[in-house]
Write a protein that binds this ligand. Structure first.
Ligand code: PEP
Ligand code: MG
Length: 585
């Protein structure tokens, strides 16, 4: 038995066999085939090239139509690469002469190219290896889609995904795999893969060193996502102790859901609104299941990330309408596309950046691609007739940006009016406060908007200058530093004095200890992954505002994260002991 300590990413306990995602995505390395299988393997490879080329044709047409010709160009070059005689000949020669399967042939060919390209001095040319990598992955995906993971994992067997890191675009596919848990070497608590794991209720741990060296597919693993613990090959006693703990955990979590029809009101009578963050329609359904008051943040990027090319206006209207009609009370705050950072799509000219979280992301892209964003705004405004919908713009930094976005919204409405297309004229317009510049100068922005939503995940990473996805700085990217409470106090005071509604929609609100402090600061509306709403409601039911205000007064005088964390954790243990079993406080 080997026990490893990492970072607690998503609460819960899982006991299951490990499944390495590198193998899931690329097949078993070095897999040999019989001589008699060679012709069939060559045909399989040709067939995969054919299907990948057809896919790219569709993508090229779509991107050219809906983004621009320039962005489509990159896919043209991928299409040419698929047919590249040298690449084809290399893979086929490996299949014929070394009797390896097509996936292995592709992997070896990619490795050879990587070695070759690493010697090129010209930066631009050297980086073209990214295109070869992309095309290889596309072909491998074609090859293994005909050979689904069910071949490797039994259909009814839950697995624990083991990987270097999980990309958000991979995490959205996880339902298919019956994922019971996730362990990774890298990834922080508020990165988007972590958020997805939490919203799907999948226990997860990251920051485990040498994971891929030590764990192979089929090893038995235990993970405890509350403590950040991973046990490799537990003995029978440890296994059965964790299975018992897992049952207790699930029972308690299910029992708490029974508070779904009770209003979230503090013992001294203050109403708190608990809304849900949603990435998919499944989250919207889960939000109803736990009694959320609505969807407080719909992250539209997952409509794009789970789509092989750009979803058009009609497809977007349908997707948003589906969310609105599934959401509790048909109430949804829809956020416009927040790509960049750890969420990339191949269109919109994605390219390597040294500092992607501080780079060309989110609404910053609207200056280069106004029409692309206008299509999204049209779709949101049109879908908004099906419920109580607000539109939210992420990552704003300056007043000029807010004015520009407000104009973009007004111009889009004007177009819809001119075309006699029905839409919700009075859709409220809000911005996210997640960049310190916007938080500090919030008084300047408030006159321009109907409401604000605090994105504490990004706000904290920028205040602390600590990447939310990097486990090495996870100790800094924590919601306990005094600076965080000071800046939140400022935001809330400004919003209150101008009577602008404010929601906090970062992961911070899902932590019972932070919820206590945030209620004390005066926030009355929170949005979090649906899975956390029952626990948050228990906290609200047990916490008087007098208590919360007393705590925040003390916190605002404290000098370190440690002091604040300890104070809050102790208070939660006293006020609402049962939530301590469920969560990382
Ligand atoms: C945030 O930054 O707090 C937020 C809610 O947005 P996201 O996690 O999608 O960046
Ligand atoms: Mg954010």
């Amino acid at each position: 038995m080997d026990m490893k300590k990492g970072i607690a990413i998503s609460p819960g306990i899982a006991v299951a066999r490990a499944y390495r995602i590198d193998q899931a995505l690329t097949g078993t390395t070095g897999e040999k085939i019989e001589t008699s299988m060679v012709p069939a393997e060559l045909a399989r490879f040709d067939h995969a090239c054919e299907r990948a080329a057809q896919d790219l044709d569709r993508i090229i047409q779509r991107v050219a139509r809906e983004v621009d010709q320039d962005s489509a160009r990159i896919f043209h070059s991928h299409r040419l690469l698929i047919r590249d005689p040298a690449l084809n000949a290399k893979v086929k020669s490996l299949i014929i002469h070394q009797h390896v399967n097509a996936v292995t042939g592709l992997r070896q060919t990619l490795q050879d190219y990587e070695k070759l390209f690493s010697k090129i001095e010209d930066d631009y040319l050297r980086e073209r290896i990214a295109d070869i990598r992309d095309v290889t992955h596309r072909l491998v995906a074609q090859l293994i889609s005909a050979q689904k993971p069910e071949n490797v994992i039994k259909e009814d067997e839950s697995i624990i995904i083991v990987a270097q890191e999980i990309l958000p675009s991979q995490a959205v596919m996880f339902n298919r795999f019956q994922v019971g848990g996730i362990v990774t070497e890298s990834g922080g608590t508020t990165g988007h893969a972590a958020i997805l794991a939490r919203s799907m209720g999948i226990p997860a741990v990251s920051g485990i060193q040498d994971l891929l060296q030590d764990v192979k597919t089929g090893d038995l693993l235990v993970i405890d996502g509350r403590e950040g613990l991973v046990v490799l090959n537990p003995g029978p006693e440890v296994e059965s102790a964790y299975r018992k703990m897992q049952r207790e955990y699930v029972n308690l979590r299910d029992a708490l859901v029974e508070n779904r029809d009770i209003e979230a009101i503090t013992p001294d009578g203050e109403k708190i609104e608990l809304l849900a963050n949603a990435n998919t329609v499944l989250d919207a359904a889960a939000a109803t299941g736990v009694g959320a008051a609505g969807i407080g943040l719909f992250r539209t990027e997952f409509v794009y990330l789970s789509h092989s090319s750009v979803p058009n206006e009609e497809e977007q209207v349908a997707a948003y309408r589906n969310i609105i009609e599934t959401a509790p009370h048909n109430r949804v705050i829809i956020r416009t596309l927040d790509l960049g950072g750890d969420k990339q799509v191949p269109y919109l000219g994605s390219h390597h950046e040294a500092n992607p979280f501080m780079g060309w992301r989110s609404i910053r892209l609207t200056t280069q691609y106004p029409e692309f964003f206008q299509t999204q705004i049209r779709a949101i405004l049109r879908a908004a007739v099906f419920g109580k919908v607000s539109i939210l713009f992420p990552m704003v930094t300056t007043l000029e940006e807010v004015i520009r976005l407000s104009r973009l919204l007004e111009n889009t409405k004007m177009d819809l009016r001119r075309q006699n297309i029905p839409f919700a004229e009075n859709t409220p317009f809000g911005v996210m406060i997640e960049v310190p510049a916007a938080a500090i100068c919030i008084d300047q922005l408030l006159d321009e908007v109907d409401f604000i939503s605090i994105g504490s995940n990004d706000l904290i990473q920028y205040i602390m200058a600590a990447d939310r996805d990097n486990p090495k700085v996870a100790h800094l990217c924590e919601p306990f530093h005094p600076s965080i409470y000071r800046i939140l106090k400022h935001i809330i005071q400004e919003c209150t004095s101008r009577q602008k509604p404010v929601t906090l929609c970062g992961e911070m609100s899902a932590r019972p200890a932070c919820l206590l402090a945030l209620m004390g600061l005066g926030i009355r509306r929170f949005s979090m992954s649906p899975a956390f709403i029952p626990t948050a409601k228990e906290m609200v039911l047990a916490t008087s505002l007098t208590e919360a205000k007393r705590s925040i007064e003390q916190i605002l005088k404290m000098k370190s994260s440690q002091e604040i964390r300890e104070h809050l954790k102790n208070r939660v243990r006293q006020l609402c002991p049962k939530v301590t079993t469920l969560d990382t406080l």
